[in-house]
Design a protein around this ligand. Sequence first.
Ligand code: ZN
Length: 382
Amino acid sequence: MLEEALELKDEVIKLRRDFHMHPELGFEEFRTSDVVEEYLENLGIEVKRMCTTGVVGSLKNGSGRVFALRADMDALPITEKNDVPYRSRHPGKMHACGHDAHIAMLLVAAKILSNKDFDGEIRFIFQPAEEGFNGALKMVTEGAIDGVEAIAGVHVWSELESGTLAISPGPVMASVDGFKVIVRGKGGHGASPHQTIDPVVIASSIVLNLQTIVSRNVSPLKSAVVTVGRIYGGTAFNIVPDAVTLEGTVRAFEPEIRDLIENRIFTISRRIAEAYGADVEIEYTRMNKATVNDEKLTDLAIKVAKRMGKWKPQDRTMGGEDFSEYASRIPGVFAFLGVRNEKKGIVYPHHSPKFDVDEDALPIGVAFEASMALEFLKQGMD
Ligand code: ZN
């Protein structure tokens, strides 16, 4: 399989560069989805459109098992700073997370699979809007995984040695939540603080106390993050404002830890505000669940990666993924493909305006995806 994928290396790179030059943001993947649809149709794969810019291909042979492979297609609102011939043609938009590579790899995997003999169905899910819009949930709602028994996804990973496949069972990416705390005090003159209820001081106290959740409430053996990333309020140096707003994010692997943190954010914010005589308004939004790799399916994925000589244990990350919408409903495995780009000397992280993948690794992702589908259809997870 790897040999076959290597023979198609030029094609996967050409596709990736084409998508890279034409990045589109979440739910705006119009050109991208047209290219995907046309490519699949040329392979004789049955295609359905979903969620406007989502594409689902179905390759069917007989009535056996049903396996799905997933790629996300959206770019980020970043202006590219790489000086390469395939640089983004659209200022303010860039494939800075590698989703261009995901689309290209899955298309070429579909090409290889369209020439194979197997019993069952392979579903190719090209979803819109992974970056913060939860496109996966919308695809699930519109039936993308109806009848599917298991699913695999690959994410290119810039820190990981190029060409390795990092795969481990259990939670590999964190749940992602957002919160907003509005502290309403009483404004006044900066020189007469005693006549005000100062929301700046109260908000500051809340920020510091929120940091005790991870250090004092979560077990030291568990992982969690509480980050306040935004704080705003006030209009001038000598005015005590009426209100101050805090915004932040919460990351965790276990649902119990997630619940615990949510509760503590409410309690701490309310009690502190109350102690100072202020009001508080709290919004808490659950965005993505944790991405948890199914034990048995992960065994199969590790076997496939080991056979290719590319397997490594996966380091968990507190980053999130809407792949969890699939993997929380059916057995799923989410693998990281190393694309560490040493050619430029410095390795730029995901979401950097200088992010760039090592394209030599892409055939390995292609071979992994195609092999996973065939192995699953052949033997299931036993
Ligand atoms: Zn991504």
